[in-house]
Design a protein around this ligand. Structure first.
Ligand SMILES: Nc1ncnc2c1ncn2[C@@H]1O[C@H](COP(=O)(O)OP(=O)(O)OP(=O)(O)O)[C@@H](O)[C@H]1O
Ligand SMILES: C[C@@](O)(CCOP(=O)(O)OP(=O)(O)O)CC(=O)O
Length: 420
């Protein structure tokens, strides 16, 4: 290891998106390697609205590997973090920074320690796939720091060992996690089906129903489902393989009717598996069910589906609108049923606020003036549910991981490698 002193710090910062599964991963055939019982497909969400930023630093002065998540130090001792670090260290290559006079050889990486700081710009462990963006960003940024030569698919097989859904966050657009057949997991990895420009009409609105930490984690929930749900076995063997082919075709042809039907039925089946688990697991709540019913009623009143819904291991609704115009109509409906408790719309509709402008919503007076949606005209007066949604995030399909070269975006101090 060559450097002018032992005090140098070399670091890399990366940003990685979250993803939402439209054909769900639920159930492992190998708990340690994180090998799934079926393939899954996801849409990557625009990192300008939902993302993880991670800075990783290396220095001979660091005494041990350390990590800070959202500003608080967390233990890196967990098996999953250790699996990712071990796999990355195995693949590390020579690194040279001529400007700083730093040379790290392949062999040095096993002796050097890392500092990692990560920040999620959205709630952690609330069913918004923080583990997906987080673990993908950890693997991607360390891979870059250590000059790992593997491509994104090979990196995805490492991220998979941190959290299954993380492997799909190594790509933008539409992504498939191929379950693989090998016992060592070497063929269980993600591939890109189409990039984010392929179907850029789509608009995504997330209704954050609760940002509290959930009762049953995805990891333990799916373990219990594998142990007790016969529906899960049937789903993995008979249903998902066919749906994967149909979903690939729907994405290829930008066929919203088929995409929407598959997305909604697969989300519903995943939650049916949770209900079929013993003891049963409930991730959706009354508000989630209400949102499904609003969308179903609207879709039925139109000639073709306007919006797809999907829910992960939590009550938040991820709503995919076929285009901007539909997204504006969707937002009007959502605000009609779920008006904010305060007049502060700025923190109630976040992300791409231009959707609210398209919907004619410029202030709370516009929300109050919204007429009931035409599809419920016979049932007036309809009930409203003020306060049942915390806020809405307007976003779209987005790109994969990127490196941030601007040092002002780093989360660690370049002098001492400690959080800024
Ligand atoms: N930025 C991050 N970097 C590294 N690890 C992270 C990061 N963010 C979250 N995690 C890990 O993921 C865990 C949360 O995962 P969990 O599966 O419980 O929730 P979630 O991913 O938000 O929801 P879900 O996967 O059900 O959509 C955290 O406790 C932490 O261990
Ligand atoms: C419902 C899901 O979001 C489940 C995600 O599970 P995780 O990837 O969080 O689970 P582990 O592999 O145990 O870390 C569906 C999906 O993303 O496909």
């Amino acid at each position: 290891m060559a450097g002018e002193s032992q005090n140098w710090v070399l670091m890399v910062t990366a940003q990685t998106p979250t993803n939402i599964a439209v054909i769900k991963y639920w159930g492992k055939r190998d708990e340690t390697l994180i090998l799934p019982v079926n393939d899954s497909i996801s849409v990557t969400l625009d990192p300008s609205h939902l993302c993880t930023t991670t800075t990783v630093a290396v220095s001979p002065s660091f005494q041990k590997d350390r990590m800070w998540l959202n500003g608080k130090e967390i233990a890196l001792s967990g098996g999953r973090f250790q699996s990712c670090l071990r796999e990355l260290r195995k693949r590390a290559c020579d690194v040279e920074d001529k400007k700083k006079g730093i040379k790290i050889s392949k062999e040095d990486w096993s002796k050097l320690h890392l500092h990692i700081a990560s920040y999620n710009n959205f709630p952690t462990a609330a069913g918004l796939a923080s583990s997906a963006a987080g673990l993908a960003c950890l693997v991607y940024s360390i891979g870059k720091l250590m000059n790992v030569k593997e491509d994104e698919s090979q990196l995805s097989a490492i991220a998979r060992q941190g959290s299954g859904s993380a492997c799909r966050s190594l790509f933008g657009g539409f992504v498939k996690w191929i379950m693989g057949k090998e016992e060592d997991g070497s063929d269980s990895l993600a591939v890109q089906l189409a990039d984010e420009k392929h179907w850029d009409d789509l608009v995504i609105i997330i209704a954050v129903v609760s940002s509290r930490q959930k009762e049953t984690s995805s990891t333990s929930g799916m373990r219990e489902s594998v142990e007790t749900s016969l529906l899960l076995q049937h789903r993995a063997k008979e249903i998902v393989p066919k749906r994967i082919l149909q979903m690939e075709e729907a994405i290829r042809n930008r066929d919203f009717a088929s995409f929407s039907r598959l997305t909604c039925t697969d989300s519903n089946q995943f939650h049916a598996v949770c209900l079929d688990t013993w003891p049963p697991i409930f991730y959706m709540n009354d508000t989630s069910h209400r949102i499904i019913s609003i969308i179903e009623k609207w879709n039925r009143s139109e000639e073709s589906p306007q919006v797809a819904y999907t829910f992960d291991a939590g009550p938040n609704a991820v709503l995919i609108a076929r285009n901007r115009q539909t997204a504006a109509l969707l937002l009007q409906r959502l605000l009609y049923y779920f008006p904010p408790t305060s007049g502060d719309l700025d923190s109630y509709i976040i992300g791409d606020k231009s959707i609210a402008k398209d919907a004619g919503i410029n202030g709370i007076q516009d929300v109050e003036a919204l007429p009931p949606p035409p599809e419920i005209k016979d049932n007036i007066p309809s009930q409203k549910f003020k306060g049942d949604v915390n806020y809405f995030i307007c976003t779209r399909p987005g790109r994969g991981p990127v490196l941030l070269s601007d040092e002002s975006q780093a989360l660690l101090n370049s002098e001492n490698g400690l959080p800024k």
